[in-house]
Design a protein around this ligand. Structure first.
Ligand code: C2E
Ligand code: CA
Ligand code: CA
Length: 467
C-alpha cells in the first residue's frame, strides 16, 4: 500500500502542471466513503498499483497534444514472458506472488520518476515524464530490465522472470493522440515479442510507424478480400537427401490482392491473426491444399501451417477435421506445423487440440525451432512428432562452428525423444552434405526447390525419383 501514496504523489506532479493548487475544503463523511470506493476502483488489489482504468485516465490527463505548454512524456507496456506457463507450473497463488513482486520492483525502479500501473493480467504500464529527445526514457529502460531480472524465491523455487516491453513517446514526430501513443507502445511490445523472443525492450520508431501503416493497409484490403478468389497455395517439397525422394509438400499461402498486389504471407497471416480473419481464412486454405494433395502419389504427405488462433480454438480444429474427413485423404498423410509462439499462446488449449489431431492419425511438427522459447521441458511435455530446425541455424552453418554445434545438440535431443527432424532454408549442396554428416536427411530449401505452383508441383513429382 506504500506505493499508493507514492503513485498519488507523482500523480500530483503531473496535475500540478495544469491546475492551480488551492486547497479544497474537507469532505463530508458520505463523500469520504465515496472517495474511498472510488480509489478502490482505481487500484489493483493484487499489486496495490493503480489499475488499467486509472492508466487511461492519467494518460488522457497528461496528454494534451494540442496545447503549447504540454509536457512531453513516454509510456511503456511491460509484459511478463510466458506467464501463463508460470501459472500452470507453479499455481495461481505463486503467479499472484510473482505479479506482486514484479509490480513492487517496477515501482521501486521507477519511483519518483514515473507512475506505474498494472494494466492487464500479466501486463504493467508506466507513464514517464520526459523530454522530447527521449534521453530520460533510454536511461530508465536499463533500470527496468535490471529490476526484473533477479530471480524470485517462491515455494523453494528460484524463478527467473523475464519481461518484454514496448515504449512510445508522446512527441513522436509531432504530438500524438492518447490512443495513438497507446497503439504505438502496444505495437512496440508486439514487435519485441515477435522479433526478439524474451527480455526485449522496443521503443516505437519511424520504422515501426511505416510497418504499422502498411499493416493498416493490409487490414483494410483483407476486410474486402474474396478469400476463395484471391488466395492460392504454393507447395515446397521436403526431400530425403539420401535418395532424392519427395517426403512432403509444405503448403504456403499466397495472396494477390487486386489493390495491393502480392503480399507476403508472414504479413497477411499476422493481420489475419490480429483481426480474427484467420478463422475464416485457414479452412479455405486447407481445402485448397487438400484438393491438390489428392492428385499426388499417396506416399507424399501434405504439411499445413496452423496459426496461434487456429490451434487455440477447438471449434476451428473440429472444422479442419471435418474438412479433412470430407476430402477422403488418409489423415496419416497430413502434418500440421505449429510455431512455439502458437503453442505458448494458450498452451493448455493447444495441447488438447494437438491430441485431437493426432488421434485421427495426423502428425505435428514444431516449426522454426530454435527461434522462440525452445527448451527441453516444452518438447518433453508437448506431443510432437517432428521439429523443423529454423533457417537461421542453417544459413551460417559451417563445419564445427556454433550453428553446427547447436544442430548437433538438437539432433541428439530429437533422437532421445524420438522425433523426426527437418532442416529448413537449405540453399546449397555443401549444407546438404554437412547436415547429412550431422544426421539430418530431411531437407527443405531452395537447393531442391523454391515453393511451386500447384501445376509445377505435379511436374516436379513426375521428375523426381520414386522411393
Ligand atoms: P515457414 O512456415 O517457416 O515457411 C518457410 C518459409 O521459408 C517460406 O516463406 C519459404 O518460401 C521460405 N523458404 C523456403 N526455403 C528457403 C530457402 O532455402 N531460403 C530462404 N531464404 N527462404 C526459404 P513464405 O512462403 O514467405 O512463408 C512465410 C511464412 O508465412 C511461413 O514460414 C509461415 O509461417 C507463414 N505461412 C505461409 N502459409 C501459411 C498458412 O497457410 N497458414 C499460416 N498460419 N501461416 C502460413
Ligand atoms: Ca512452416
Ligand atoms: Ca519454418
Amino acid at each position: 500500500m506504500l506505493y499508493l501514496f507514492e503513485a498519488y504523489h507523482l500523480s500530483s506532479w503531473f496535475s500540478s502542471q495544469k491546475k492551480d493548487n488551492t486547497e479544497s475544503p474537507p469532505l463530508p463523511l458520505l463523500a469520504i466513503e465515496k472517495e474511498i470506493e472510488q480509489q478502490a476502483s482505481c487500484y489493483d488489489s493484487t499489486t496495490g498499483l493503480a489499475n488499467r482504468r486509472q492508466f487511461f485516465v492519467d494518460l488522457q490527463a497528461v496528454n494534451s497534444p494540442y496545447r503549447d505548454d504540454s509536457i512531453p512524456f513516454s509510456i511503456g507496456i511491460i509484459d511478463i514472458d510466458g506467464f501463463k506457463r508460470i501459472n500452470e507450473i507453479y499455481g495461481h497463488d505463486v503467479g499472484d506472488f510473482i505479479l506482486d513482486k514484479i509490480g513492487h520492483r517496477l515501482y521501486l525502479a521507477l519511483r519518483h520518476k514515473a507512475l506505474v500501473y498494472r494494466i492487464g493480467n500479466d501486463e504493467f504500464g508506466f507513464i514517464l515524464p520526459g523530454d522530447k529527445e527521449n534521453t530520460i526514457l533510454n536511461q530508465e529502460i536499463a533500470s527496468i530490465l535490471d529490476a526484473i531480472s533477479h530471480p524470485i524465491s517462491a515455494r523453494n523455487n528460484q524463478i527467473v522472470i523475464s519481461c518484454s516491453a514496448g515504449c512510445a513517446r508522446s512527441y513522436f514526430g509531432t504530438a500524438n493522440s492518447t490512443q495513438q501513443i497507446f497503439e504505438h507502445a502496444d505495437y512496440a511490445l508486439y514487435y519485441a515479442k515477435e522479433q526478439g523472443g524474451q527480455g526485449q525492450i522496443v521503443v516505437f520508431d519511424v520504422n515501426h510507424e511505416l510497418k504499422l501503416k502498411e499493416l493498416a493497409l493490409i487490414e483494410r484490403a483483407l476486410e474486402k478480400a474474396d478469400f476463395d478468389k484471391e488466395f492460392f497455395i504454393q507447395f515446397q517439397p521436403i526431400i530425403d537427401s539420401r535418395n532424392g525422394g519427395i517426403i512432403t509438400f509444405e503448403s504456403l499461402a499466397r495472396w494477390d490482392s487486386p489493390g495491393l498486389g502480392r503480399i507476403a504471407p508472414d504479413k497477411f497471416i499476422q493481420v489475419a491473426e490480429q483481426t480474427g480473419a484467420i478463422i475464416r481464412l485457414t479452412p479455405i486454405l486447407f481445402k485448397k491444399a487438400l484438393n491438390e494433395a489428392k492428385k499426388w502419389p499417396h506416399s507424399i504427405k501434405l504439411s499445413f501451417n496452423l496459426s496461434a488462433h487456429d490451434i487455440s480454438h477447438e471449434k476451428q480444429i473440429n472444422l479442419l477435421l471435418d474438412i479433412l474427413k470430407q476430402s477422403n485423404i488418409d489423415p496419416e498423410r497430413i502434418e500440421f506445423e505449429l510455431t512455439e509462439t502458437a503453442v505458448m499462446h494458450n498452451f493448455a488449449a493447444a495441447f488438447d487440440n494437438v491430441k485431437k489431431l493426432q488421434a485421427v492419425g495426423a502428425s505435428i511438427a514444431l516449426d522454426d525451432f530454435g527461434t522462440g522459447y525452445s527448451s527441453l521441458s516444452h518438447l518433453q511435455n508437448f506431443p510432437l512428432n517432428k521439429i523443423k530446425i529454423d533457417r537461421s541455424f542453417v544459413t551460417n552453418l559451417e563445419y564445427n562452428n556454433r550453428n553446427y554445434k547447436i544442430i548437433k545438440s538438437i539432433i541428439i535431443l530429437c533422437r532421445e525423444i524420438g522425433l523426426d527432424c527437418v532442416a529448413e532454408g537449405v540453399e546449397d549442396k555443401e549444407k546438404v552434405d554437412l547436415l547429412a554428416h550431422l544426421g539430418v536427411y530431411l531437407i527443405q530449401g531452395y537447393y531442391y526447390s523454391s515453393p511451386l505452383s500447384a501445376e509445377s508441383a505435379q511436374v516436379y513429382i513426375r521428375n523426381r525419383p520414386r522411393v
